[in-house]
Design a protein around this ligand. Structure first.
Ligand code: SF4
Length: 136
């Protein structure tokens, strides 16, 4: 049996009786009629024809009833990190960002990276590169 994915976004109406259903895990969307959406939300999957149901499954709108999607996402992310051959780093050479985003927690000071911090940054990158089979 199936259940609705926990990771869906349902749009407002795009026509008189249809909406967009966005499956965020798969990054896919479907156009869905209200009548089908009502059945999905009521868990009445057996009343939906296979021609409609299969694409919903393929796009991650519905998932197996025993699926633990949160665990699946964690496992997927951990595997991607473990298997990654890319090293990603963000280096901020100054604390004096001029953008002033309202959510920023950084103290904006007119300070640039010191030579000591630059050397420590290079050492950290070098050690990270030595730990992983990094190609990118
Ligand atoms: S979050 Fe802070 S540091 Fe980042 S761009 Fe915005 S103001 Fe600058």
């Amino acid at each position: 049996m199936y259940k609705l994915s926990r990771y869906l976004v349902i749009s407002d109406y795009i026509s008189s009786n249809a909406r967009l259903l966005y499956a965020t895990r798969a990054g896919k969307y479907v156009v869905i009629k209200d009548s089908v959406l009502d059945l999905l939300q009521a868990g009445r999957f057996d009343e939906i024809d296979l021609k409609t149901l299969i694409p919903l499954f393929e796009r991650g709108v519905i998932v197996p009833e025993d699926a633990d999607e949160f665990e699946d996402i964690l496992r997927h992310n951990k595997n991607a990190i473990r298997d990654s051959q890319a090293l990603g780093l963000i280096i901020q050479p100054t604390a004096n960002c001029q953008l002033g985003c309202h959510y920023c927690g950084q103290v904006h000071a007119k300070r640039n990276m010191s030579g000591r911090v630059a050397e420590a940054t290079v050492a950290r990158i070098t050690s990270k590169l030595a730990l992983k089979n990094t190609r990118h």
